[in-house]
Ligand binder design. Structure first.
Ligand SMILES: *Cc1c(COP(=O)(O)O)cnc(C)c1O
Length: 384
């Protein structure tokens, strides 16, 4: 058991195993065969911390990094990460000049955007790197139907002008987590047409890519030149019904823990936390855990969230509050300062992020990504 809190021991924290990230990428690379790996580090690397996670992924063999928002791409460049980088989610009004200056690939789904990128390139006196994003059936952010033709024509014209270089063509699956779903083949077929169409228009993309984690793990035919996994980089399975993390050679990188603030003995019949939705069935020990929904512990975990104390499993008693929740540990001897593990790799009896997702009815993506940046990240492994 760890000692009582001191100023250099955080109350609640997440530990990030950088070696797990590197080895997960190595596993993904092996599955991808000849295809390169773009590690997706959007959303602060799914809550794991952008820059350290990106460096660990590169150490594991990723040769590209991908983010949704340009600010994260610029943050990586500012930290000295010079690997090829793709950013793919922008709204009108965004200033593309910094991305053009930093040689960041810009994923474009629409004519307004390729025109704005081209203008930034003219202003900067540089050629912008552009990747065309085709909508092959997700009906989300790519160029759909006839909009693809307009985007392809604009790309060919701007490339001839010398202001852009089309470095890639990409798309995204709707049903990669159900590999037998008919759209998985249909999207591959339409993507093949879009790529051929771009090439007929004189564009010569180096990287043609469509596979997120689920496709990387279950649909090798979709690997093309590069795969684009996110969740699996962090050691979580995107297809829990088809295989757990270990079965795919993945190890969860994030462990979330907190130190008990107060431990108390209460009689039978004591209501616990707001609204007294839990009432002690007998005399018991209650442990106050200093992590709540401000830290990213879902309030939906009230009465169902699993935790481990000294390797033994307990469940959140009553409601999760903003900064804390309570656990009924029965007669287990626990002292203030004891470590409570919310989730981790699962090899010391602790729950996993997948267990939390199952308990609250969501996906592990949301559990790790929403862990608040107010919680200190403690990095372990090479490069920590
Ligand atoms: C988030 C995202 C990915 C990674 O998806 P995972 O399911 O986490 O592997 C890949 N490509 C695009 C366009 C994305 O938005």
């Amino acid at each position: 058991m760890l000692g009582p809190m001191s100023t250099d021991q955080p109350t609640a924290w997440v530990t990030i195993d950088l070696d797990a990230i590197a080895s997960n990428v190595a596993s993904l690379k092996e599955r991808a065969g000849d295809a390169a790996v773009m590690a997706v580090v959007k959303g602060d690397a799914y809550g794991h911390g952008l820059v350290p996670s990106a460096r660990a992924a590169l150490r594991g063999g990723a040769t590209w990094l991908g983010v949704a928002q340009m600010a994260e791409a610029l943050e990586l460049r500012a930290a000295g990460v010079d690997a090829p980088l793709l950013t793919w989610l922008h709204a009108p009004g965004v200033n593309f000049a910094p991305a053009v200056r930093e040689g960041i690939d810009i994923g474009v789904p629409a004519v307004w955007e390729i025109e704005a990128v081209a203008q930034a390139a003219r202003d900067e006196g540089r050629t912008a790197r552009v990747q065309l994003k085709a909508d092959t059936g997700l009906a989300r952010n790519g160029a759909y139907g006839k909009d693809w033709d307009l985007l392809r024509d604009a790309a060919a014209r701007l490339q001839a002008e010398g202001v852009i270089d089309v470095t890639g063509v990409f798309t995204h699956f709707a049903y990669a987590d159900s590999p037998q779903h008919p759209t998985v083949l249909q999207q591959q077929e339409l993507f093949r047409e879009r790529v051929a169409d771009a090439e007929r228009a004189g564009l010569k993309p180096d990287v043609r890519h469509m596979s997120n984690s689920a496709a990387t793990l279950t649909t090798p035919s979709a690997a093309w030149d590069m795969v684009r996994p996110g969740l699996s980089v962090y050691g979580l399975t995107p297809v829990p019904d088809l295989g757990d993390a270990a079965s795919f050679g993945l190890r969860p990188a994030m462990t979330m823990a907190a130190r008990a603030t107060v431990v108390k003995r209460v009689p039978a019949g004591q209501g616990v936390s707001y609204g007294h939705t839990y009432v002690t069935p007998r005399e018991t020990t209650l442990v106050d855990v200093p992590a709540g929904y401000a830290d990213g512990v879902p309030r939906a975990a009230s009465a169902v969230g699993p935790v481990a104390i000294e390797g033994k499993r307990f469940t959140v008693a009553g409601r999760v509050c903003m900064d804390q929740f309570v656990v009924d540990v029965g007669d287990l001897p626990v002292e203030a300062g004891a470590e409570i593990v919310l989730f981790g790799p699962g090899d010391h009896g602790e729950p996993t992020a997948q267990d939390w997702a199952d308990a609250v009815g969501t996906i592990s993506y949301e559990i790790v990504t929403r862990i608040s940046s107010r919680l200190p990240r403690v990095y372990v492994g090479e490069g920590a």
